[in-house]
Design a protein around this ligand. Structure first.
Ligand SMILES: *[C@@H]1O[C@H](CO)[C@@H](O)[C@H](O)[C@H]1NC(C)=O
Ligand SMILES: *[C@@H]1O[C@H](CO)[C@@H](O)[C@H](O)[C@H]1NC(C)=O
Length: 192
């Protein structure tokens, strides 16, 4: 007989917790959580709660953990400016002035922290390698043995992210990689 165990997630008091997560992308070209040019961070968090979610799947590009220049030297403002997204710079200045001049990684921490202040759990989702659109079958970071997906670098990045948020109590989990894919025979690669 096939026995399928039931998995129940519990909180620190042993009470059952059901995750109702909404996706919030921070893996696109600017590597900043989307929407901060439109609404204050705290309003977005409260909107998420008001819609009945208790959790966010917050996406991030691996480069955020493996490229310290990107993570710690490029500010939110600079990131949008170099993409020529000047309306977004103005929007962030209006709605989230505190975030505008933070380095990208600190802005990411602010999002996690504000979600925590609003009682929202976070699952950190490693989406792809380099900030940008995901996914296509011809991506260079699609899966093992693709040129822009080095398993050793990936593991290092995951480990670093886990360490950095180790004590952040509203971070309840990580998803390891979005949509393994590609034109190659990836199920066989996976089993290797
Ligand atoms: C690291 O990030 C910086 C800033 O975005 C970029 O100029 C540089 O090319 C990146 N380095 C690597 C190795 O990807
Ligand atoms: C996390 O908490 C542990 C034990 O409470 C402490 O030893 C460690 O330094 C903390 N780590 C970070 C990154 O704050």
């Amino acid at each position: 007989a096939l026995i399928i165990p039931q998995t129940i997630i519990v909180d620190e008091k042993g009470q059952r917790v059901k995750l109702a997560c909404v996706n919030w992308p921070a893996h696109l070209q600017p590597a900043v959580a989307e929407g901060l040019s439109k609404q204050p961070l705290d309003s977005i968090s409260k909107k998420i709660v008001s819609m009945g979610f208790n959790c966010v799947r917050l996406t991030w590009p691996l480069d955020l953990m493996t490229n310290d220049t990107l993570a710690l030297k490029v500010t939110v403002k600079q990131s949008f400016e170099r993409l020529n997204l000047l309306d977004d710079v103005l929007g962030i200045q209006t709605h989230n002035p505190k975030i505008l001049n933070l380095p990208i990684f600190n802005a990411f921490q602010e999002v996690v922290s504000n979600l925590g202040q609003n009682g929202v759990m976070v699952i950190l989702d490693n989406h792809l390698t380099t900030p940008g659109w995901c996914c296509s079958d011809n991506d260079l970071d699609a899966f093992f043995e693709y040129p822009n997906f080095d398993p050793a670098v990936w593991a290092k990045g995951l480990s670093k992210m886990a360490s950095l948020f180790r004590n952040v109590t509203n971070v309840v989990g990580m998803s390891l990689r979005n949509e393994p894919r590609g034109t190659r025979d990836y199920p066989n690669l996976w089993f290797k």
